[in-house]
Write a protein that binds this ligand. Structure first.
Ligand code: UT7
Length: 350
């Protein structure tokens, strides 16, 4: 005998079925108000304004005040992205960060709650500077499977909390910030529709970018961490070369998947790690450097916030215009990398 269909005790949301495209429909950012210039850094460390600007392209960066955490920046950026999308609710919040408020639990549920999205699916993604691209892919996946109809993807980091303030190289490069986008279910031909994606990793080089202490590898020894090992370390030269090679390869790979050529791309919005890396990629791809959005001079390397902050900067200064073909790409610790393409939507960054 057939069982009678059971009536669910709660209303089933009217979500679109599997196969929907993720359409970018809102963009928001937030930066701490405290500006740290190269001159500020040079006044206390053995470096100079010329070295930092000449070797990285950075003029200044923003740094959080004491007691301000990643979630504080993420909440502000998330609220602005929702306003930009003219939405009050989403079904999921994906927070890309390497600097969570605490090792446990994830920061995303707290961010979702404080934005007023109390029951949303919420989780963190740690892919260091590639985090936002991984977050976008996770959000697009939630939409494509019909699990969510609208997703808030936030990239937020406070690297000032993990860099050694006395290390003249890392202290000069990194800044704090947050950027967020809203994705909604739509069709692949709409402006703002994301995809395809190229994502990858190479754990063989996991030690090139790391915080040695604080995780289970060190804590399982039940010995106090060696002094200094709680700070972020990076093998700058090796990472520099790999960043140019891998972001170029990933850009080409995602264009192949999309059936596009390099000349079809109007703008590249890449992770802002070093202006010489961006120029190196332009060179390797044989593309005019003017196609590459740059805001590193004002914010430094903001890790997971880097790509959405650059998107907002391009949007605000008119470099990104509706209908343009835009390639997003990033590279970071893990090692990890990612790229996707979209036609720029008619949105206002907030
Ligand atoms: O976001 C995730 C991915 N991260 C990246 O992609 C960052 C990639 N790496 C870089 O951007 C660059 O490697 C750095 C900006 C980190 C360093 O620039 P570099 O041109 O590769 O410098 P270097 O590490 O090869 O150092 C060159 C010299 C060294 O001195 P010696 O050994 O030649 O005497 C450094 O000690 O520059 C010195 N140096 C500095 N001098 C003044 C390093 N940092 C500084 C500094 N001020 N802040």
């Amino acid at each position: 005998m057939m069982e009678e269909a059971r009536v669910l005790p709660f209303p089933v949301p009217d979500l679109p079925g599997p196969g929907s495209a993720a359409v970018l429909c809102g963009l928001g950012t937030w930066l701490p108000s405290r500006v740290v210039t190269n001159a500020d850094i040079a006044s206390r460390l053995d470096t100079s304004e010329e070295w930092i600007r000449g070797r990285t392209g950075i003029r200044e960066r923003r740094v959080v005040d004491s007691g301000v955490s990643t979630s504080d920046l993420a909440v502000e950026a998330g609220q602005r992205a929702l306003k930009s999308a003219n939405l009050e609710q989403v079904d999921a919040v994906v927070l890309a960060t390497t600097t969570p408020d605490r090792p446990c639990p994830a920061t995303a549920p707290d961010v979702a709650y404080r934005i007023g999205l109390a029951r949303a699916t919420a989780f963190d993604v740690n892919a260091v500077c590639t985090g936002f691209l991984y977050g976008l892919a996770a959000g697009a996946g939630l939409i494509a499977t019909g699990i969510a109809e609208r997703v808030l993807v936030i990239g937020a980091d406070t690297f000032s909390t993990i860099v050694d303030p006395d290390n003249r190289t890392t202290a000069a490069i990194f800044g704090d910030g947050a950027g967020a986008v809203v994705l909604r279910a739509g069709t692949p031909h709409e402006l703002g529709a994301l995809g395809p994606f190229d994502l990858g990793s190479d754990g063989q080089d996991a030690d090139l970018i790391m915080v040695p202490a604080g995780g289970s590898r060190q804590r399982s020894t039940h010995e106090p961490a060696e002094p200094g090992t709680e700070y972020f370390t990076m093998a700058g030269k090796a990472v520099f070369r790999k960043a140019i090679f891998q972001m170029s390869a990933s850009a080409q790979s995602v264009l192949r998947k999309a059936g596009l050529r390099l000349r079809d791309v109007d703008r590249f919005v890449l992770h802002q790690a070093n202006v010489r890396i961006i120029n190196g990629i332009a060179d390797m791809l044989g593309q005019p450097v003017g196609k590459f959005v740059k805001n590193i001079d004002q914010v430094g390397n903001t890790a997971a916030a880097s790509v959405p902050l650059a998107m907002a900067s391009g949007c605000e200064n008119g470099e990104l215009r509706p209908g343009q073909r835009v390639l997003l790409g990033a590279f970071g610790g893990g090692l990890t990398w990612g790229a996707t393409v979209l036609r720029w939507p008619d949105i206002e960054a907030m």
